[in-house]
Ligand binder design. Structure first.
Ligand SMILES: [Zn+2]
Length: 191
């Protein structure tokens, strides 16, 4: 949910339909009001409508220069992951930008299941491959992939074993990931 005046991007959730109905620059999807354009959120309190006032340049221009981004995987569909991008290079962005990671962009190698590469609540380092919205992300290339992940069984932050495996130091669970420049120190082989 946005705040009055927040920068918003297509697909961002602005409100639930019970709170505000879709006004200018918005649409409804499964009970949620989402932005259809880049702009600033304007909640019309009198008419109970969410609106997006078009924003022309700023963000798109800056994104074009970005070589990498950090984001949180929020959900998995069959062939793509939804990512909330929270940093463009080292610059924190708020609200986060919605990005999509397609299964074909996970690796140069064939990936059978997206779940073997990323899972919800993983933090990833990705490269933007399109600068139109919604943002398209890629993990293909060096120095990209999952940088922090939690154990699917017990929630403990996992340790890196190798480029494709993480191990839980608490319960010993091993999971497959597209492991990137993993940021948690420790040896997953030791426990
Ligand atoms: Zn565990």
């Amino acid at each position: 949910m946005g705040k009055q005046g927040d920068l918003t991007l297509p697909g961002d959730v602005l409100s639930v339909i019970e709170e505000f109905t879709p006004g200018e620059g918005c649409y409804e999807l499964q009970g949620q009001v989402r932005a259809s354009i880049i702009g600033k959120v304007f909640y019309d309190m009198i008419n109970r409508k969410s609106n997006v006032i078009p924003e022309k340049k700023t963000f798109v221009y800056k994104l074009k220069k970005a070589k990498y981004m950090y984001g949180l995987v929020t959900s998995l569909k069959e062939d793509y992951a939804v990512v909330a991008v929270s940093s463009v290079e080292e610059r924190f962005v708020s609200p986060s930008i919605t990005g999509y990671l397609h299964i074909s962009q996970v690796s140069h190698k064939h990936v059978k299941s997206l779940r073997d590469a990323v899972r919800p609540s993983d933090v990833i380092k990705a490269r933007p491959i399109s600068y139109t919205y919604p943002l398209q992300l890629s993990l293909r290339g060096k120095d990209l992939g999952v940088i922090v992940a939690s154990c699917s069984i017990c929630g403990t932050v996992m340790l890196k074993m190798d480029e494709e495996h993480l191990k839980c130091p608490n319960c010993g669970n091993v999971e497959t990931r597209r492991v990137g420049p993993y940021s948690v120190k420790g040896n997953g082989n030791r426990s």
